[in-house]
Design a protein around this ligand. Structure first.
Ligand code: DX5
Ligand code: ZN
Length: 218
């Protein structure tokens, strides 16, 4: 399965966000991962719709929008119209509206994904797997960059990969949180194929960092 690198701009220098996105694009990143936090579903606040819209005219990258917000179904239209290519919602934030939320995303021609926190089992995604483009297995508790990876989550990645492969579904598995050059190969072996990295990409030389990750994912 093809591996993709998705730098998270949560760790970027927001004073020159457009330039930073141009740098990862030129260096060969596949996606740009945009973390949206509402201070309710997670304690932190981050980017919103204007950032997605503002960057859209300056980048051809796949916009991988990770919604860490309560009741995401209310905001799908705005993110789709702002230019999201993929929208990820948390199963814990959707309650009994998870299926409807995925249908809403599909209705805008956007690729839908469901995220699960480290303490959430894979069960909620299984009945809707054939509707999804991706499952995001969080490898840290959502809300902050720069945390240490929780390796207990690898068992869920393995289980999910075996189910997806057995059903022959074209569903990617993304991992997000604490991904480093040291652990990325192990996470890949567990079955992930889309890798989010924030601090490890934007601290130091961005182009070198993208190249180092890409060479591990070839
Ligand atoms: C955390 C966010 C992540 C974050 C990852 O809630 O979803 O995307 O930016 O940052 P690192 O790679 O620094 O752990
Ligand atoms: Zn994220």
């Amino acid at each position: 399965m093809t591996c993709k690198l998705a730098p998270s701009i949560l760790a970027a220098d927001v004073a020159c966000l457009g330039d930073q996105v141009a740098t990862i694009e030129k260096a060969g990143a596949d996606y740009v991962h945009i973390d949206v936090m509402d201070g309710v579903f997670v304690p932190n606040l981050s980017f919103g719709i204007p950032i997605v819209k503002g960057l859209r005219d300056h980048s051809e990258l796949f916009f991988d929008v990770h919604l860490m917000i309560a009741d995401p179904i209310e905001h799908i239209r705005d993110f789709a119209e702002a230019g999201a290519d993929g929208i990820t919602v948390h199963s814990e934030a959707c309650g009994d509206k998870l299926y409807d939320t995925i249908i809403e995303i599909l209705g805008y021609g956007v690729k839908p994904a469901v995220a699960i926190r480290p303490d959430t089992p894979i069960d909620p995604v299984l009945p809707i797997l054939d509707k999804l483009s991706m499952v995001l297995v969080m490898t840290v508790y959502p809300g902050y960059g720069g945390q240490k990876i929780i390796t207990d989550t690898f068992a869920k990645i393995k289980k999910l990969r075996s189910i997806i492969d057995e059903k022959e579904l074209p569903v990617d598995i993304e991992v997000d949180g604490g991904i480093t050059l040291e652990n990325v190969s192990e996470v890949r072996s567990a079955g992930a194929n889309v890798f989010v990295a924030g601090t490890q990409i934007f601290e130091g030389d961005i182009t070198d960092n993208v190249n180092s990750f890409k060479s591990k994912l070839n």
